[in-house]
Design a protein around this ligand. Structure first.
Ligand SMILES: Nc1nc2c(ncn2[C@@H]2O[C@H](COP(=O)(O)OP(=O)(O)OP(=O)(O)O)[C@@H](O)[C@H]2O)c(=O)[nH]1
Ligand SMILES: [Mg+2]
Length: 561
């Protein structure tokens, strides 16, 4: 019997050592990943990673000299019998009524004190903790010093609480010995719900076919082969598979040897956590995919955004007002002095928008940075164009990202939408529209206008004086003559004609200069509005893209095993 029961069918696959520092670095990378995606990805997708970080941190902080091995399996497979046989004591009741074991029992090889914190964390009640240390057989048991063996309830239990307890413990222990029996070794529950889930923990997985004594010596290899085939299908190729007989000490040799090796290596805890990191990384992989992180929103989308922002901010209305204001102010400065006063009475087009009025106008500039302008509110069409442009920026920026990210990018792009109208208004109010200074040529033309008007006034006065002298019968003035025209008449008519001529010649120049002033204001406003777009829309998008890049790098670091 012993030649069959103790037989190791496959060598232990996981002879690769897991370096504790490398494992800690991988866990740090998972932590970095979680920090990078915090608030960006659905919390539900991150639960396994959070659980891993928390559990691994605790497990590594607790005793690394102990190895926690759980015996798991269906009811009646013989877990408690194997537990007792390994402990060589009747610690966990073995019964005929199923299920028998309702709470986890633990047996510690070596002093209990060192293991207590670990058992507190695992959640084994103190009254179900046993110590395997006896003066009589101390030498036999030293090879297992550091082993904490757990006898779990059945995982296929009719008792829901048993299943929950098993599921909880399977997430915490360092190694699992799956116990199957000849009747139920092919049950779907154990393969589909448990063994398959452990395929990334092959190097901390052992499978035993217990109750091998119930099979004939010829049947044992056949059943083991069949079980091996099923394990291969489960993705557990190469895990140690043993036949055991709990009721015969000779049938326990192989399992005992395996346990001794596991304890001696002190690797199970690290391997288990490394497997957990593998599982978590594989689960997170689709959240970052293989997409390269985009550098930022593309130019076409950004230009579209800037256009939509300019529309919503009322840039066309302001530039239109700039052109009219230029004409208005230039007219007031260079027009014929006789009608200039009338122009001044008309309101300045920029003042009407509560934008800086002409230089010297006391009432407006101080408040321009705080007070709202009267630039017309965006129309429904402009608002929807802005919404579409923001969406386009987000869509283009997230085009290559995995499905979990476009939502986060869109939310970021829209995150400050509510603040945009005020920010745009403040920007418009604070932009130097380029009309602050009066051009020198305005003064020059204005001076000429005053001169010619003065000439006309002198001519008029002269004529009036001559007329008055004639009416009073006094000697007439001796008027000089310019060509055939007397000088006063020449001054009056020449002054008037020159004023009109200067006004006529100036008008096209003013129009041309007004268009230039408009173009300059448009350029400045567009640049300032683009800054607002950068701050309120593009920067939040870039932050999310940066987080994506960090998350991707962190996951790549976590994946390196
Ligand atoms: N012949 C034989 N009987 C065994 C062997 N192992 C366990 N048994 C018997 O199988 C029955 C169930 O054993 P347990 O150890 O209570 O099984 P368990 O897996 O702990 O069951 P639960 O606690 O209900 O989950 C008992 O009657 C044991 O005596 C074995 O290797 N050979
Ligand atoms: Mg039991």
């Amino acid at each position: 019997m012993s030649n069959i029961a103790g037989r190791v069918r496959e060598v232990f696959r996981g002879d690769q050592r897991v370096d504790a520092d490398a494992l800690i670095a991988r866990l740090d990378a998972v932590r970095r990943f979680l920090t990078a995606v915090d608030g960006l990805l659905p919390d539900g997708d991150l639960v396994p990673a959070h659980t891993l970080v928390e559990r691994a941190g605790t497990r590594l902080a607790l005793s690394r000299d102990h190895t926690v091995v759980a015996l798991a399996g269906a009811t009646g497979s013989g877990k408690s019998s194997l537990f007792n046989a390994l402990a060589r004591l009747e610690l966990s009741p073995v019964g005929v009524r199923r299920p028998t074991t309702g709470v986890t029992h633990a047996c510690v090889w070596g002093p209990l004190e060192g293991a207590n914190h670990l058992l507190d964390w695992i959640g084994v009640l103190p009254r179900h903790r046993f110590v395997r240390e006896s003066a009589l057989d101390a030498d036999d048991e030293t090879a297992l010093h550091g082993l904490i063996l757990l006898d779990l309830p059945d995982f296929d239990s009719v008792q829901r609480s048993h299943r929950l307890e098993v599921d909880r413990l399977l997430g915490l222990v360092d190694q699992v010995v799956w116990v199957v029996d000849p009747q139920k070794y092919a049950d779907r529950v154990i393969h589909d719900s448990y063994l398959r889930e452990f395929h990334r923990h092959r190097d901390v997985t052992v499978v035993v076919l217990n109750q091998a004594d119930r099979l004939s010596p010829a049947e044992v290899p056949r059943v083991l082969d069949d079980l091996r085939r099923l394990l291969d299908t489960d993705g557990l190729t190469g895990v140690p598979l043993l036949a055991t007989t709990a009721v015969d000490p000779a049938g326990m040799v192989g399992l005992r040897d395996t346990m001794e090796r596991t304890v001696a290596e002190r690797q199970a805890a690290l391997r288990r956590l490394a497997g957990d990191v593998d599982t978590v990384v594989a689960g997170l992989d689709q959240l970052v995919g293989s997409a390269r992180p985009a550098g930022g929103p593309d130019d076409t989308a950004v230009n579209g955004l800037n256009r939509a922002l300019a529309g919503a901010a009322g840039v066309p209305a302001v530039t239109e007002a700039v052109e009219r204001a230029y004409r208005h102010r230039a007219g007031a400065a260079t027009g014929w002095p006789v009608v200039r006063g009338w122009r001044r009475l008309r309101p300045d087009p920029l003042r009407r928008l509560h934008l800086p009025g002409p230089p010297g106008d006391q009432s407006d500039p101080a408040e321009s940075l705080v007070a709202a302008t009267s630039v017309p509110d965006p129309t429904a069409a402009q608002r929807s164009a802005l919404g579409l442009a923001i969406r386009a920026v987000a869509d283009r920026a997230a085009a290559d990202l995995p499905a979990a990210w476009p939502g986060a990018v869109t939310s970021a792009a829209r995150s400050r939408l509510g603040d945009l109208p005020d920010a745009l208004d403040r920007t418009i109010a604070g932009t130097d529209l380029g009309l602050d200074r009066r051009p020198v040529w305005w003064r020059a033309v204005g001076g000429v206008q005053w001169l010619v008007t003065l000439a006309a006034v002198v001519g008029l006065g002269w004529l009036v004086l001559g007329y008055a002298l004639r009416v009073l019968g006094l000697p007439a003035l001796d008027n000089p003559v310019v060509g055939a025209v007397p000088l006063p008449t020449a001054l009056l008519l020449g002054g008037l004609l020159a004023g009109l001529l200067v006004a006529a010649l100036t008008r096209p120049v003013v129009r041309w200069a007004a268009r230039r002033a408009r173009a300059r204001a448009e350029q400045r406003l567009t640049a300032r509005v683009a800054q607002v777009g950068d701050e309120y829309v593009l920067t939040p998008v870039r932050i999310v893209l940066g987080s994506y890049a960090q998350a991707r790098d962190a996951l790549r670091d976590a994946a390196r095993g």
